[in-house]
Every structure is written in structure tokens, then in C-alpha cells.
Design a protein around this ligand. Structure first.
Ligand SMILES: [Zn+2]
Ligand SMILES: [Zn+2]
Ligand SMILES: [Zn+2]
Length: 411
């Protein structure tokens, strides 16, 4: 099992662009000409039904459905085949995710191959969720909605970067699953990752709870999306690094992950981070253990790329902003200059954009948009994440619909 499981046919996504740096577009237009957004399931201007095609990474207006026949069985009506309102080449047909009319409010589509009946009624993103909280309990439906909304954002980025996204059901060895659980007195839930299963404490979707935890842990930033990105970092470490040629390079940048993990976390929580953590890590928590350093750095890389995708989708280019900024030069990357031009461009665009976004946040009396400072070692770690993701990216061949040899490897 090697790739994005929903694909029966080769995809027609654009090849990775060295210049554009956009993985996923975030700006879409309805057939009526009005802007529509990633989360929308209906156009507020013209009423067109909208769906997100994860294969192409686009939100599209859908053609109206004929009214169901009076004698049509309900099960058939639920299994409608949808088409784009605008003709596509080749013609594409879709099923809507059966979570559309649940609290999850999922607007994703499942592209249909030759068979017009979908194999699954849930979309790829919803199929990753294995367990959810009891929706009969107060607040749980709202929490689940927020978590799935963050998860769709995350998964669209992962697909855009051509990382493998395969439900654990399809691939018990290497697949991914999410358990969204609530704590009880007997069984407290701890957010984390183990063997392809990401467990998320659903109460993190409750704003007062999450804010309390953030202040108790002295964190500058704590969000659902941040949690999900961090935990996928652990998952992809196992998939992309643990048994690969990258491991040696990983250890040289992040340290030796064979250090006792449990003891390291205990030390972090009892003694706090070393006073000079800012010189080496993206966050205080990243200093606790090489695995956490990787997961934090991975999450930062996803923050950067998704925000840049969004900014560039709307024509906001870091390079064109009027902010005096001393860019990072290639020397910051030391020996590992491979693919450095693309990375440095991404990094410097990000630093410029984040500088301006921080000022905008201050204008609104809000906390900083990006409350982090990147030291040279943290930049080198981000570069390694970039290279490892880039190598996976290079394996995907859209013409063949298969994975080919990596272009970038540690040697
Ligand atoms: Zn419209
Ligand atoms: Zn869905
Ligand atoms: Zn972690």
C-alpha cells in the first residue's frame, strides 16, 4: 500500500513548483463569480451547492440535482452522483461525504471512478476518524465540528504536499487514524500518537479549557490545528524517517531519539526547559526530546506553508511587502545546501509575511499572529523537514499515478 488511497485515476494536480511554492490554493470562485471559501458547502450569493475535491485540491460549485422521484427509495437518493457545474476534461463525477448533514458539516467530495457507487460513504478525511465523542452529551457535537474543520484543513495540506494519507482501515501497517475522545474520571485522555493512531482530547475544542492549559503551560500558541499538525509529525516521523536513510541526518540535527523519552518528558515538566532553549528550538516544548523537537518543527513547517499558500492564493507576496528585513542566507544552512534556494525563498517570504501579520494583530489588540523566533539551528531543522517532505513529493508521478524514486536523498 503506497499512496493516496482515493485515487483510481491519475491526478491532474500541477507539478511541485519551484517558483510558486503553492501546495494548495485557498482562493476559489463560484460559477456566479463570487468568492467561495474552503469551508463553504453552499454559495451564499447564488445558492449553488459546493464541494471540495481533495484529489485536485479545489472547491467547486456543483451542478443542481434533479428533484428525486416520488417513488425513489431513500437509500438511492442519499447516494446521488454529483458533477461540477462547470464542464471538466475528463468529466468528473463525485459522491458527497455522508458527514455533510452531521455536526461535522463536511463539504468534501469523493471522486468516483468508473463505478458510480462510492466504495465508502464518507470522504477520505472523515474516514480517518475512527472514534468520536458521544454526541448526545452537551457541547460534544460542537467540539467534534471544530476538530473536523481543523482536520480537513490539515489533510488538504498533507495531500497538497503529496504525503501519503491512507486510513488505518485500508493499511493496518502504515495507515493513519484519529480517535477523538473525552476524558472521564477513570480514563483521562492524553493527546498523542501511537502506532498510526492520533488521540485527541476533544475538550481541547473548548476555548476556556484550551486557554487555561495554554497559560498553565506557558505556551504562546495553542490551537486544534496546531495539535493536529504536531501529532501528524510523530506519525510521519515513523513513516518517513525511522527506517529510512534520513535517520542519520535526523540525529545530527535533532539529537538521538533513543534517549529515554518518558524520563525526558518527566524532566521537562518538573524542571522546565533549559534557559537557552531559544538558541536551538522552535518552542520550549521542542527542547524536551528529539521526537518532540521534530513534531514541533514539523508543525511549524505546516503552519508556514499553509499560511503562505493562503497568502499567495490571494495575491499577498511576502517579497512585495514593505518591511525592511534581513533575509536568511544560504550560510545559515551549513553543509546541507541541497534544495536550499527554494527553501530559503519560502522561509524569507514567511518571515516577511509573519512580521506584517504580527503588526496587523497588534493593530487589533490581539496577541501576535506568529509568536516565535527562529534561530539558525531551528532553521536547519525546518530545512530538513522541507527536504524530507520534498523527497516524498518527488516520488509521486501524476502521469503514471504511481510513486517513483526520490529525487532528493540524504547523500
Ligand atoms: Zn455562487
Ligand atoms: Zn467528510
Ligand atoms: Zn508530541
Amino acid at each position: 500500500m503506497n499512496s493516496v488511497s482515493l485515487l483510481d485515476t491519475p491526478v491532474s494536480r500541477p507539478p511541485p513548483s519551484d517558483a510558486g511554492l503553492i501546495n494548495v490554493s485557498r482562493a476559489f470562485v463560484c460559477r456566479c463569480g463570487q468568492p467561495i471559501f474552503f469551508r463553504n458547502s453552499i454559495c451564499l450569493a447564488c445558492g449553488a451547492p459546493l464541494g471540495y475535491d481533495p484529489e485536485r485540491g479545489v472547491l467547486i460549485p456543483l451542478a443542481d440535482q434533479p428533484e428525486p422521484e416520488a417513488d425513489q427509495p431513500e437509500s438511492e437518493a442519499d447516494n446521488e452522483v454529483w458533477q461540477s457545474a462547470e464542464p471538466t476534461q475528463p468529466e468528473r463525477r463525485y459522491a458527497r461525504c455522508s458527514n455533510l448533514n452531521t455536526a461535522a458539516g463536511c463539504n468534501w467530495l469523493t471522486p468516483l471512478g468508473n463505478a458510480l457507487t462510492p466504495t465508502h460513504t464518507l470522504c477520505l478525511c472523515c474516514r480517518l476518524t475512527r472514534r468520536i465523542p458521544d454526541l448526545g452529551v452537551d457541547d460534544h457535537a460542537g467540539w467534534w465540528c471544530r476538530i473536523e474543520t481543523a482536520k480537513r484543513r490539515l489533510v488538504s495540506s498533507l495531500l497538497g504536499m503529496r504525503l501519503p494519507v491512507v486510513p488505518l482501515d485500508d493499511d493496518p501497517e502504515q495507515g493513519l487514524a484519529f480517535d477523538i475522545l473525552t476524558s472521564s474520571d477513570e480514563t483521562p485522555i492524553v493527546t498523542g500518537h501511537e502506532d498510526g493512531v492520533i488521540t485527541l482530547d476533544a475538550q481541547e475544542a473548548d476555548d476556556p479549557t484550551r486557554e487555561l492549559r495554554r497559560t498553565q503551560l506557558l505556551e504562546p500558541y495553542r490551537t486544534l490545528l496546531g495539535h493536529l499538525r504536531h501529532e501528524t509529525g510523530h506519525y510521519y516521523w515513523r513513516r518517513l524517517v525511522e527506517h529510512s536513510d534520513w535517520l542519520e541526518l535526523f540525529r545530527s540535527e535533532f539529537g538521538d531519539e533513543r534517549e529515554d523519552y518518558r524520563a525526558a518528558l518527566q524532566k521537562h515538566y518538573s524542571e522546565g526547559p533549559p534557559p537557552d532553549w531559544r538558541l536551538n528550538h522552535v518552542s520550549a516544548y521542542a527542547s524536551s526530546h528529539p521526537w518532540e523537537d521534530w513534531a514541533e518543527t514539523w508543525a511549524h513547517y505546516l503552519h508556514m506553508t499553509d499560511t503562505l499558500d493562503t497568502a499567495q492564493s490571494f495575491g499577498l507576496q511576502g517579497e512585495r511587502l514593505e518591511l525592511v528585513y534581513e533575509p536568511f542566507e544560504a550560510s545559515v544552512l551549513g553543509q546541507s545546501g541541497v534544495h536550499s534556494a527554494t527553501f530559503l525563498r519560502l522561509l524569507n517570504q514567511w518571515m516577511q509575511l509573519a512580521g506584517v501579520l504580527n503588526e496587523l494583530s497588534r493593530s487589533m489588540g490581539m496577541p501576535d499572529f506568529y509568536p516565535f523566533v527562529l534561530s539558525p539551528p531551528a532553521v536547519r531543522k525546518l530545512h530538513l523537514v522541507h527536504r524530507i517532505i520534498g523527497a516524498v513529493d518527488a516520488r509521486w508521478n501524476p502521469d503514471l499515478g504511481t510513486w517513483s524514486e526520490p529525487l532528493d536523498d540524504p547523500s
